[in-house]
Design a protein around this ligand. Structure first.
Ligand SMILES: Cc1ncc(COP(=O)(O)O)c(C=O)c1O
Length: 375
């Protein structure tokens, strides 16, 4: 086993910082028996909606379920098409598949997000939804995307699993279309100690429907509104998330600082293409859920960084969703997505990193290319 000098993510360190508050929550909730659908969930939902800038938020079991529930509640099903991307976690497409709809995959742009210029050409009479994936903490050009959606009367559902706090022209991810779907998987910017997710929306009707759908269709009088399933968020997760939400603004600031250090130390290396630097005046306010760069001789660099004790990741293990043969999507060709995935490498970026560790990672990347330079 590698003795890591820089971990990709450091759960124990983050826990140590919040240990007393986390344990106090466990003690309070369990002493009271507040375990399911209690006040802590309602409080978190209110605070989360306020943070994102929507009227409502609904806590659910995870983001995969959130995407499924929104599609289901929006009446998307068989014979419908959903336009999205292949450079995403399989969850995005799994939710579309689960409601019986067809994912229509389009290529990505230089910033690794949906290329909005390709959307119109992918629209057919069966298209119902555009589902942008706000990847790596960046929000795509939502102005253009919403304009297209309005022109063709399509719903917009954001996969905002990776973009909590990310903004486009001042509006936060999850606040643009019919709904936004968030993940609180432990590795996420706002992560819990297990699985959880949320849906944000301004629609009271959608909120009502999803609150029923997440809990077997159970009505307050005990009757059932119809068939559904269990997609509830546990109360403990809600209370921990409510606590951690207070730290999110400072965590975002730190993530942007780290991205700036990477930019400063790696910006002049011709063998790498970095994500856009965090700039206040930009239309995009990125939160750097991941630091995903493109690298020449990516696999060589990754091995070298492992030797240096630096843990890195390949997005989705190195393949876009359509490149997994058993999903039956392999007749699709997305040249830009495939080219980017062949070079994409994620460097460690989390709030427990010191500046010295970030510079060490950057020095090692520099060292690799200096050693392997042909000149
Ligand atoms: C882009 C994207 N969509 C959806 C999901 C699914 O989230 P969850 O694990 O909470 O179901 C993830 C989680 O990694 C993700 O990164």
């Amino acid at each position: 086993m590698t003795d890591w000098t820089v971990r990709f993510i450091d759960y124990p360190q983050q826990y140590q910082k919040l240990r007393n508050e986390i344990l106090e929550i466990v003690d309070t909730l369990l002493s009271r028996g507040d375990v399911m659908l209690r006040q802590q969930l309602h409080d978190f939902e209110a605070h989360f909606a306020e943070f994102v800038g929507t009227e409502y938020a609904i806590g659910v079991s995870n983001c995969t379920d959130a995407l499924y529930l929104v599609l289901k509640a929006a009446g998307v099903g068989e014979n419908d098409e959903v336009i999205t991307v292949s450079h995403t976690f399989v969850a995005t497409l799994a939710a579309i598949h689960r409601v019986g709809a067809t994912p229509v995959l389009i290529d990505i742009g230089d910033d690794h997000l949906i290329d909005v210029e390709l959307i119109e050409a992918a629209i057919t009479p069966r298209t119902k939804v555009i589902m942008p994936v706000q990847l790596n903490g960046r929000v795509c050009d939502m102005e253009r995307l919403l304009g297209i959606a309005e022109k063709y009367q399509l719903q917009v559902i954001e996969d905002a699993a990776q973009a909590l706090g990310g903004k486009y022209k001042g509006t936060k991810a999850g606040a643009f279309g019919l709904a936004g779907c968030f993940s609180f998987y432990p590795a996420k910017l706002l992560g819990t100690y297990g699985d959880a997710g949320a849906i944000t929306t301004n629609s009271p009707e959608l909120t009502e429907k999803i609150k029923l759908l997440r809990n077997h269709g159970r009505l307050p009088d005990g009757d059932l509104a119809g068939w559904s399933f269990n997609h509830r968020m546990d109360n403990l997760h809600a209370a921990w998330l409510d606590l951690k939400l207070n730290y999110v603004p400072s965590w975002i600031e730190r993530r942007r600082e780290i991205a700036s250090i990477y930019h400063q130390y790696l910006g002049d290396i011709s063998e790498v293409v970095l994500p856009p630097a965090p700039m206040e005046e930009d239309a995009h306010f990125d939160v750097f859920q991941n630091y995903e760069m493109e690298a020449e001789n990516r696999d060589g660099l990754r091995s070298y960084l492992t030797e240096c004790g630096i843990e890195t990741l390949l997005p989705w293990g190195g393949k876009a969703v359509h490149q997994f043969p058993l999903l039956n999507l392999s007749d699709i060709q997305l040249p830009r997505t495939e080219a980017i995935l062949a070079k994409a490498l994620m460097l460690p970026l989390h709030c427990e990193l010191s500046d010295a560790q970030v510079r060490y990672v950057a020095d090692c990347v520099r060292g690799f290319y200096a050693r392997n330079s042909r000149f």
